[in-house]
Design a protein around this ligand. Structure first.
Ligand SMILES: Cc1cc2nc3c(=O)[nH]c(=O)nc-3n(C[C@H](O)[C@H](O)[C@H](O)COP(=O)(O)O)c2cc1C
Length: 243
């Protein structure tokens, strides 16, 4: 196994950081790696907001569904889906006049921007891990539409794709298990999924008597943060959906 694959397969999210600072040189190396990711049409339809302010990190710890470890991060990178800059470029160079059907970015632009942003984020994660820096994605950044838009001064046609918090750590937690490859990778076509397939896939967590499914659903899908994420995402997505 080569070094890159070893690093990738050793990945664990880190949620306990120590006080050691990430040097500017390393921050820049992480950002360079992020920006070299593949990007649809080479458009780079994202922006990255670099967050080192303790005050902002503390605010995020509260606004991202109360996750106190966010405040202890040394650096957070906010990856923003960004169709605003290209929209401004098109406006500046007469596209709406030349192409009257152009009314602004549409759903295609948003989804491609989301893909670009996540690829950049994962490049940043891989680069950080290669430097011995721990990382954790924070999906809850998609909540609290009004607060986060104001906190980061986000214009129209932008939305947070993900937040990655980073810092050095003392102890690496155990690797978390993944579903077995046969439940994830199919040959040539999607597989016929019968009940036995589903039972096998979840056998590590759920047998006929346990209530894993109910507990999991209650903890995630039935939780207040999920309702808030839905509310917030509907507001973000409305910018693209009505075109
Ligand atoms: C899109 C996304 C959102 C996530 N959001 C959070 C989060 O808000 N808080 C958190 O502690 N971990 C979050 N994680 C980390 C996952 O919980 C973690 O990747 C998963 O449990 C597997 O653990 P591992 O990364 O250590 O292998 C997120 C990961 C992804 C990819």
């Amino acid at each position: 196994m080569n070094e890159v694959i070893k690093q990738l397969t050793d990945h664990v999210s880190i949620r306990k950081f120590n006080d050691r600072a990430i040097s500017e040189e390393n921050v820049n190396a992480i950002l360079d790696a992020a920006m070299r990711g593949a990007t649809a049409g080479n458009m780079m339809s994202y922006s990255i907001i670099k967050i080192r302010s303790k005050d902002t990190l503390k605010k995020l710890a509260a606004s991202c569904d109360n996750q106190p470890f966010i405040a202890d991060a040394n650096l957070a990178l906010l990856f923003v889906v960004d169709n605003y800059k290209w929209h401004r470029f098109f406006e500046l160079y007469g596209i709406p006049d030349a192409f009257p059907e152009y009314k602004g970015p549409i759903i295609n632009d948003m989804i491609l921007g989301m893909q670009d942003a996540m690829i950049a984020a994962q490049n940043a994660v891989i680069a950080a891990e290669s430097l011995g820096i721990g990382t954790c994605y924070i999906g809850d950044i998609m909540e609290q539409y009004e607060f986060h838009r104001q906190l980061f001064d986000l214009p129209e046609y932008t939305m947070p794709a993900t937040l990655v918090v980073m810092g050095y750590y003392d102890k690496k937690p155990q690797r978390r298990s993944r579903f077995n490859r046969r439940f994830v990778v199919f040959d040539e076509q999607y597989k016929k999924i019968d009940d036995d397939f589903i039972r096998g896939m979840f056998s590590e967590y759920q047998d006929e008597d346990s209530d894993f499914a109910k507990k999991f659903y209650k903890r995630k899908m039935d939780a207040a943060f999920f309702a808030e994420m839905r509310r917030s995402l509907q507001l973000y997505l409305a910018q693209w959906m009505d075109l």
